[in-house]
Every structure is written in C-alpha cells, then in structure tokens.
Ligand binder design. Structure first.
Ligand code: ADP
Length: 572
C-alpha cells in the first residue's frame, strides 16, 4: 500500500486534470444511462400511441444523451491520454534523475537487462496508474451515487438491492477473478520471457545449432514453450469469461431485485410501468462503470510490483554525493594520493591498501602491475565513481571529497581499454565530449588523433557499439574525444591493450603528442616505452611495491625488472 501511495503521490501535479477526466468519464456513463432510460421511456410510451407532442421530451432526451455520450467519451479520452503521457514523461525524468547519480557504483549489482526492463517496461506499465487504476473507481463511485439518487427517489428498498449488486460487481467479482487468475498472468509473462530467450538463442546460435545437430531439439523446446503458453492463455480466457458472467449475474440480480421490489408499486399507482422500464434500463446501463474495476485491481497489483522495483533503485543512496557547499575547482592540477584504501562492497580483501604517490602538474606517471593489482580501482577513485574507504586524493591542494564530483570529472579525461561508442553518428559520438563544437573543431581533433580518414564520415553511423569502425579507429576516436574535452589531467586506463603492436605504437605516439604539457597518469600491465614516464608506481595485490624511473627500477632488479624481463623475453 505504501508503494501505491508513493506512486499516486507522483501523479499529484496532475490531480486536477485527473479529476476533470474522471468527471467527464462519469458524465459519459451518465449519458449512457440517460440514453437508455429515455429510449426505454420513449419506446414504451410510443407503444401507447399518444399524440406526437407527448413524445417530445423523449425524442430530445435521446438526441441530447446520444450526442453527448460520444462527445464526452472523446473529451474524456483526450484529457486522460494527455494526462497519462504527461505522467509518463514525469515518471521517466524522475527516474533518470534518480538513476544518474547511482552510476556506476550502486548499479553494479544490477544486471543491465534487468535495469533496461525497469527503465522501459516498469515505467511503461505505470502509465496505467491513472487511466486504469485511479479513474475507474472514482467513476464507479459517482455512478453508484447517481443510480442511488434515481432509484432511491422511487424506492429505497430497490436502491439498497441495486447498491448490493453493484458492490458485488465492483468489489467481490474483481476480487474473486483477480485472485483466481493471479498465477496465470504471471505464468504467461514467464512463458513469454522464456520464448523470447529461446528465439534470441536460436537466431544468434543458429550456426552452432546446425553444426551440433541440435536444431530439431531447440525447435522442440520452442514448441513446448508455445504449448505451455497456449494452455495458460486458455486458462486466462476462462477467467475472463468467468468475470463477464459473474458481472452479468450481478447486473441481472439487480434487475430482478428492482422488479421484485417495485412491481407492487405499479399496482398501487405509485409508479407507472413506463417509469419502471426506464429505471430498469438505467440500472442495466450503470453496470458499464463496474466492468473496468477488475482490470483496475489487476493493474494495481502490476503497478505496485513495478513501483517496488523502481523504488528499490530510487531509494539507493548514491555512493558519491556532492558536498553541500563544494569548494571552487582548483587552478593547479597536481595530484596527491595519501594512504588510499578501498574494498569493494561484498569483498573482504582490499582492492588497494594504503597507496600513496603524487603526480606534479604536467608530470607523467605510470601505474603498472599485474592484473588484479588494483590499477583500475585507482582510476575509479580518481574520477570519483567510488569513495575511498580510507585515505584521500587531493587535486591542486584540495581534497576531492570537498569538490563537486561533476567538476572533478570534467577536469579528468579518461581513455579506457574499451571505448564505448553510441549507436549514433561519428559526430554525435564526438560531441559527447564537447557539446556544441563546430565541424572545424571536430575535424581538428580527428586530425590530431590521426583520424583524417573520418573527416568526410562525420555523419556516418558508427554502428552498434561502434562496430563500423576498426579497433584502432575506435581507440583513436576516444583520443579525439579526450582532445575535445581538453581536460588538464589525462588518465589512460590500458588505453592500447586491445590493439595490435603496430597500431599500439602509432596510438602511443599520438597520445604523447596530444598530452604534452598535461598531467598524465597511464595505467598499464604492458610495459611499453616506459622511459617516457617521470615516475613509475609498481602495484601488486593493492600495495605499492616499488616506485621510481624506468632505469632505476631495472637496476633495482626487483618486481618491475621481473615483469619487464618476462614480457620482453616472451615477446622475443
Ligand atoms: P587491475 O586494474 O590492476 O587489473 P582492479 O583494480 O580491476 O585491478 O581490481 C583489483 C581487485 O579488485 C581485484 O582483486 C578485483 O577482483 C577486485 N575488483 C575489481 N572490480 C571489482 C568489483 N566491481 N567488485 C568487486 N571486486 C572487484
């Protein structure tokens, strides 16, 4: 219930629109009731062959209610759809706003498919919250009051009976059918997911299925999944039928009740048979308002599930929060790392444990070590994806914790091993680093990154994950982005690890050229052209084991020299 109240709270800015749509919806059903009542009155009255003038009231009523019903239904749909889409926009923005500060630390525990489902399906399913969950009960209550007023004017006894049947149709029938069909709807969804999975597997693994002769087997599994889904759908259709017949039963019970309690009134002359006919038709028409209530209950359950999944993310505290009064960003960019420790959540072994080093402005530092030594963790802490467990990083003499994380990130350009390129044009991928940059600037950056070949391809689609570009081009595009970002600090995290030897040398040359004069931190497990660095920090198992210049470290004949020999002997 708490989730539901929170969800309705999110729609509060649209409360007046929602109320207006519900009122118009009520007026539309009211017109249906009026139409049926006046039609019934007109037909029964006409059968007595009165003078035409006696039918005037009925004829006008049928015209007015008939016309109004269509117009009101249209207006209600227009306003409620408009409100629904506005609610959806608000929910999306609200969710993205809450999601962004959580990346990447807090989102690491969610699988990307799961996150995608929450962003798309769960928010989409909340679009029903107004039109299918909140509005129908309001309309049904107003219709109940209207029918009470109409029937109650003639007979309180009949009105109580109708109310009882309406409560049956509005509460008991939805409750029974929703409870009975509960497992079925979930089962259908699971079977659909299973079918999707099998279909994707089949398309992507068609080659393997052929080679291993398993295609028949796979098709059989798809067939079985389809059969299971069909069986569940049959069951669901049965419950739908049950709902309709129980609603019909409640409606007919109301009609019988009204007849039973009001027929004697005809004898006493308290009510005419024509009026009774009109009342009966009014009661029948009123049940239109109760049909959507089962859907409302089902959608409410689905919305609560979706809401729970969204709130689980929204309620997560961001790992790194901007300080309330951040210090101004520093002018100098010397970096001092002091006794830095970090342990990943859920792990007991620290990824880095008491690391200290400093990089003067314009200095070039390499952090080297075998895989798992903790090198990338240092990058994540530098760009403030995580907060250190202990120790500090300062930039230009200011502790990073006192600075705005966004500002810190703008001042540090990172080129990593896997450059993510969006499935957009080359231009859009570049503009990410410098929104609003003109073509001249983009082309200059491409040239500096050794990518003149892309000058005429700015509007070409980079492909999914940049697949239309070669590995070397992708990495150079990342360098072009780095140039465009024009940050005073550059961090290269295994930036050339995925390239072949020739490309690696060329990209390293480019990096050297474009990083001149900037503070450079290069993280690598491959010891290439190490003499370029003023200092090398050697990490192993999260601690600094050696530090110094390349020649000094070789002379020391320790861990670094061992790595160097191993790599260079292997390469020979
Ligand atoms: P390197 O970059 O030197 O290969 P990392 O900094 O990636 O090393 O990893 C250091 C240690 O932290 C490793 O033992 C690794 O298994 C662990 N680690 C890295 N990322 C995570 C994570 N997201 N969650 C838990 N442990 C992690």
């Amino acid at each position: 219930m708490k989730t539901f109240l929170r969800l309705t709270g999110l729609t509060r800015p649209f409360a007046w629109w929602m109320l207006l749509a519900a009122l118009i919806g009520f007026a539309a059903i009211g017109s249906s009731i009026g139409l049926l009542m006046t039609s019934a009155w007109l037909i029964s009255r006409a059968s007595l062959l009165p003078p035409a003038s006696a039918l005037k009231f009925g004829i006008v009523g049928v015209r007015v209610f008939g016309g109004a019903r269509g117009l009101l239904r249209y207006a209600e749909r227009l306003i409620s759809h408009n409100t629904t889409f506005r609610i959806l926009t608000r929910l999306r923005l609200w969710f993205y706003d809450a999601l962004e500060p959580l990346a990447p630390a807090r989102l690491a525990s969610f699988r990307s498919a799961d996150l995608l489902k929450r962003i798309t399906d769960d928010i989409q399913s909340l679009e029903n919250i107004y039109s299918r969950v909140l509005a129908p009960p309001i309309t049904a209550m107003l219709v109940t009051a209207l029918v009470w007023a109409i029937v109650g004017t003639w007979s309180l006894n009949a009105a109580v009976g109708v109310l009882f049947c309406q409560l049956m149709a509005g509460i008991l029938v939805p409750f029974i059918t929703v409870k009975a069909a509960q497992g079925t709807a979930k089962g259908i969804m699971q079977q659909q997911a299973e079918q999707q999975l099998l279909a994707v597997d089949m398309v992507q693994g068609l080659g393997e299925l052929h080679v291993f002769g398993m295609l028949e087997n796979h098709l059989q599994r798809m067939h079985e999944a389809e059969e299971k889904k069909l069986a569940l759908e049959k069951k669901s259709a049965f419950f739908e039928g049950l709902h309709e017949s129980l609603s019909g039963l409640a409606m007919n019970a109301a009609v019988i009740w009204v007849l039973w309690s009001m027929l004697p009134m005809i004898k006493t002359g308290m009510v005419s048979s024509i009026t009774l006919t009109a009342i009966i038709f009014g009661v029948i028409a009123s049940f239109e308002a109760f049909l959507p209530l089962t859907g409302a209950m089902q959608h409410m359950e689905a919305d609560i599930r979706a809401g729970d999944r969204l709130f689980e993310i929204i309620d997560a505290e961001p790992e790194v929060k901007a300080p309330q009064h951040p210090e101004p960003l520093p002018v100098h960019h010397d970096i001092v790392v002091k006794a830095l420790c970090f342990t990943y959540p859920g792990s007991t072994i620290p990824a880095i444990d008491g690391v200290s080093f400093s990089v003067p402005q314009g200095g070039r530092t390499a952090i080297v070590g075998p895989s798992g030594a903790g090198k990338s963790t240092i990058t994540s802490l530098l760009v403030r994806f995580w907060n250190p467990s202990a120790g500090s990083i300062s930039i230009g003499g200011r502790d990073m914790a006192s600075l705005d994380p966004e500002g810190v990130r703008r001042g540090i350009a990172v080129v990593s091993q896997r450059t993510y390129l969006f499935g957009q044009t080359v231009r859009e991928n570049l503009l990410l680093a410098a929104p609003g940059a003109d073509d001249k600037t983009l082309k200059a950056a491409l040239s500096a990154a050794g990518l003149e070949s892309l000058h005429d391809r700015l509007d070409d689609w980079a492909g999914q994950y940049g697949m239309n570009l070669s590995g070397g081009e992708r990495q150079r595009l990342a360098i072009a982005r780095m140039i465009l970002q024009d940050a005073p600090v550059i961090v290269l995290d295994e930036a050339t690890a995925n390239l072949d030897a020739v490309n690696e040398q060329a990209v390293l040359d480019t990096i050297d050229r474009v990083s001149a004069g900037k503070t450079l931190i290069a993280i690598t497990h491959r010891l290439q052209r190490m003499e370029r660095f003023n200092q090398i920090i050697v990490l192993n198992k999260g601690v600094v084991v050696e530090e110094g210049g390349h020649e000094d470290l070789l002379r020391l004949n320790g861990f670094y020299a061992g790595m160097w020999r191993l790599q260079h002997e292997t390469m020979l």
